[in-house]
Design a protein around this ligand. Structure first.
Ligand SMILES: Nc1nc2c(ncn2[C@@H]2O[C@H](COP(=O)(O)OP(=O)(O)OP(=O)(O)O)[C@@H](O)[C@H]2O)c(=O)[nH]1
Ligand SMILES: [Mg+2]
Length: 308
């Protein structure tokens, strides 16, 4: 997986390399230009200005107290700081529930086209591969094609789907699916929801309704409410996250399409500025292209070997 992650982050790495390759792997004093290039590089990949400046100030202060700081020792120090910063808000994917305690309910939300349904397939595959029983719920009833899309994935992965008619009430699908998951002794229930703009009040309210209805059956549900954010939009996704967090008990973000963008630093912005953990990264279109988020692996994939 770390190699896949490195490939998934290749556009972001290329952007960093473009700015930094004239320093890394070289000896010599740390000049003002060196620090300026780091600053430009981190801002370019959407780490956020504030986080970049804070991080570099700290690393620069510490490096200048070192006896012989080199571009490589700076990179290592920065990697350490970044890992620590990401670990502050880290959250793993949910473990299977103890026997007889019912399904862990995972709700997938987000703006249109961010990758919710594909991510559900990836996540379901990962959880099922660990031996868990996974049920899917087609709570996107807005488009007939959405139900079908989920069913196609389910068939490919040999999973079951609870569905209603196109145009039905998403909260009713969620309710039925939770009953079914409990009756079938499932470990996980994953709800697909329709894409919606974070500015569409009534549609956002519908998500809150799904949560209310789930809680009639199971007070702790949904155990996980994830927001799918398209990394291509970089820091613009932060506003989406704030709106979704205002109507939902969001527990984490899945950042998708990292393979298609140089904005991989968005991971840091989300965790740092919103305090929301990034739980997994989408790095391609196949069901295997999901990397569970691990701060150390992520920073390695981002910063190691930039001089090569
Ligand atoms: N390259 C790449 N493409 C992705 C990734 N995740 C999803 N996609 C693609 O993004 C497109 C939209 O994915 P969907 O899963 O349908 O997105 P959605 O959020 O369910 O869309 P709506 O239900 O219409 O809101 C598809 O073409 C996916 O293959 C990813 O990590 N990398
Ligand atoms: Mg969808």
């Amino acid at each position: 997986m770390p190699e896949d992650l490195k490939t998934g982050l290749s556009k972001t790495r290329r952007a960093l390399k473009g700015r930094l390759s004239r320093w890394l792997g070289k000896k010599g004093r740390l000049s003002e230009d060196f620090w300026d290039d780091w600053e430009a590089a981190l801002i370019e990949v959407d780490l956020g200005v504030e986080t970049t400046l804070e991080l570099l100030e700290k690393v620069r202060g510490e490096s200048e107290r070192e006896k012989d700081p080199t571009p490589e020792s700076v990179r290592e120090r920065l990697a350490g700081e970044l890992t620590a910063l990401l670990a502050e808000h880290s959250r793993p994917l949910p473990a299977p529930p103890p026997p007889g305690t019912g399904p862990v309910v995972i709700m997938m939300t987000g703006v249109n086209g961010t990758g919710k349904t594909t991510t559900i397939a990836k996540l379901a595959k990962k959880l099922a591969a660990g031996g868990s029983r996974v049920l899917l719920a087609a709570c996107d009833t807005y488009r007939a094609a959405a139900i079908e899309q989920l069913e196609i994935w389910a068939e490919r992965l040999s999973l079951e789907v609870v569905r209603h008619q196109y145009g039905g009430d998403p909260a009713a699908v969620a309710f039925d699916a939770l009953q079914a998951a409990a009756a079938r002794d499932c470990d996980y229930l994953i709800l697909d929801t329709a894409g919606r703009l974070h500015t569409q009040g009534p549609l956002m309210e519908e998500l809150a309704k799904i949560v209310r209805v789930l809680r009639k059956t199971r007070e702790s549900a949904p155990e996980e409410a994830y927001l799918c954010l398209d990394a291509t939009f970089g820091r613009n996704g932060l506003a989406q996250a704030e709106s979704f967090a205002s109507v939902l008990p969001l527990t984490g973000v899945i950042l998708t399409k990292l393979d298609g963008t140089a904005r991989g630093g968005t991971v840091v912005s989300i965790q740092r500025e919103l305090g929301l953990p990034v739980v997994a990264l989408g790095i391609g279109e196949t069901p295997d292209d999901l990397a569970e988020f691990d701060p150390e692996e992520f920073v390695k994939a981002l910063l190691q070997g930039l001089a090569e």
